[in-house]
Design a protein around this ligand. Sequence first.
Ligand SMILES: Cc1ncc(COP(=O)(O)O)c(C=O)c1O
Length: 382
Amino acid sequence: MSPHITSKLPNVGTTIFTVMSGLANQHNAINLGQGFPDYQMNEELMNKVSEVMQKGWNQYVPMQGYMPLRESIAEKIEYLYQTKIDPDRQITITPGGTYAIYTALTSILQPRDEVIIFEPGYDSYIPNVEINGAVPVLIDLRFPEYKINWTEVRKKISPKTRVIMLNSPHNPTGAVLNEEDIRQLKDIVRDTNIFIVSDEVYEHLIFDGIPHQSILRYPELLERSFVCFSFGKTYNCTGWKLGYCISSPSSMSEFRKVHQFNCFCCHTPSQVALAGFLKNKDAYLSLGGIMQAKRDYFIELMRSTKFDLLNSSGSYFICAKYNRISDEADRQFAIRITKEHGVATIPVSVFYKTGTDNKVIRFCFSKKKETLESAVERLIKI
Ligand SMILES: Cc1ncc(COP(=O)(O)O)c(C=O)c1O
């Protein structure tokens, strides 16, 4: 008899990203589905990594991460959010934002704990909760603004609630939290045993002069939070899979217990290169403007199509209604336009556990001008 695995994640199959990217390749479609830039990352940073490799930075660094990088992160946080972070006890470098989120949830959760997750939402959250034997408690964001309904949150809080998951700027919708959201959040968690896991991988990709409401701005929230970031998203190198997590010293010590027997430490040359590169404020302060220009250009081009774009205040993404074109289910529509019109997108229903279909698809605009132009040339014909 061959051995058999009882799946810890029986409901997980191949993700839609793999399906849509496969279809895009098969049909030679322009891929506005998966969230990654199709242009080159910063050349100076790239050169720096190969330079430090040549110099011999190719062995393990400490489990918590290369100290000068953690110091640069702490300096940057103080500059951006006026909060002092101890680089020794509050920062851990991780192989990407997704890993930081998983490790944070694994550090906190016990079986049957409840985690509030907003939908639509990034696809790793629910499996991360379930693999820990905990229970996702799902709340729909209010369509079409995709705002949090705090009254609903209050109703869903129970003695078992252990975590509220946040993501701003938000994938897939581009919605962002505002000060009123933070006020509501503070009110809800005060004097409770609830943690916040805040996914801020799009920290710098926020538009129209809106300030990013990082949890790092709010000490009374930070003491009950794990805040997760991604260098891949920040510096257009999603394939580097490097990020970091910030929390209180006591929470971070639990995080590191999980981290040290899973990954131990991350890619050394990238950390050494980033330690210096992070001091360049312009390199991160300019990112929002660059991405906003891409969003605005895409919006302008899309005026000639029958898609109705929703609002996007951040991230790589903007959603669109297609009810002037078709009443098909969003998954069917996205597959059809990939095959027949050569543009791959992501149907937003896949970001809901129960597949709620508001007939909306997600476009990724972190692409070269030419890519956006070629895609819209095709979309105009639909
Ligand atoms: C909301 C959100 N969180 C996390 C990630 C992943 O970050 P990383 O590639 O650093 O793991 C993504 C990537 O698409 C994302 O959209």
